[in-house]
Design a protein around this ligand. Structure first.
Ligand SMILES: [Zn+2]
Length: 252
């Protein structure tokens, strides 16, 4: 029964991931999210059939090409879908109540959207960041946890604001969108998990950034979106923050 539910949740995650892919394209191109019911091919604008839109499967069956005109599709489509599926299953596994499960489904879905959006367009939409802050506050009300969450939100927001002011040869090291994201992170994670999230984000950012510069994939001053790293840190710290602190035996 538990396994069956897990599979259902994974399939739900795949579908939400597919919706996130569509939302990424529509929001990024200033199209209405809900007005047009049917979706169109990115290349030849032909209407897509339902079987062109089956998460992951359509991509595999047509070998990563669009069925109508044979253009190569970005592997980001199945990646976003599978990632959402895995995250949804983990959320199902770790959530304690149905209300929290439902709330974190929305929060995690928005986080996948934010990470992919920053990756694709190098900016974070303010609207989703405000939505995330609102949902984190709501979750905080449901949990009835102490005010330390508000303090950690304030401090982490200020921390990124400070980094935002630093300029490396006239280039901003951190975008404005990251500030709102940091406020959300503090509110969602609280102390000390917020520290774990930043730690993971900066270490992973340095490793991946360093690798890309070393391999000459990007130039030394090419901006690399930091949002995906912050979000990776958030998700990892949300579920395993306390465990990581115990393993590293960090004392706060
Ligand atoms: Zn086409």
């Amino acid at each position: 029964m538990y396994l069956f539910l897990g599979i259902m949740i994974f399939l739900l995650g795949l579908c939400v991931g597919s919706f996130i892919n569509m939302a990424l394209w529509r929001v990024g191109n200033n199209k209405s999210l809900l007005k047009e019911k049917r979706s169109y091919c990115d290349f030849c604008k032909k209407k897509l059939k339902w079987y062109d839109n089956v998460p992951v499967l359509s991509f595999l069956i047509y070998k990563g090409k669009s069925r109508c005109c044979g253009k190569k599709l970005s592997p980001s489509y199945p990646i976003v879908e599978i990632l959402t599926g895995i995250i949804f299953v983990l959320n199902f596994y770790y959530s304690t109540t149905y209300l929290l499960l439902f709330l974190t489904f929305i929060i995690l879905g928005l986080l996948v959207f934010e990470a992919a959006f920053d990756f694709k367009y190098m900016t974070l939409p303010d609207l989703t960041a405000f939505l995330l802050i609102g949902l984190a506050l709501l979750r905080w009300l449901v949990l009835g946890t102490p005010k330390s969450f508000l303090v950690s939100a304030l401090i982490s927001g200020l921390f990124i604001l400070l980094l935002h002011k630093i300029k490396i040869r006239g280039h901003e090291a951190m975008g404005d969108g990251d500030i709102l994201l940091a406020v959300f992170m503090g509110l969602f994670l609280g102390f000390p998990n917020i520290v774990v999230a930043f730690y993971i984000a900066f270490v992973m950012g340095a490793i991946v950034g360093g690798f890309l510069i070393l391999k000459k994939i990007v130039g030394r001053l090419t901006p690399i979106p930091f949002g995906p790293f912050l979000i990776l840190g958030t998700v990892v710290a949300f579920w395993w923050g306390e465990k990581i602190i115990r393993i590293l035996e960090i004392r706060f």
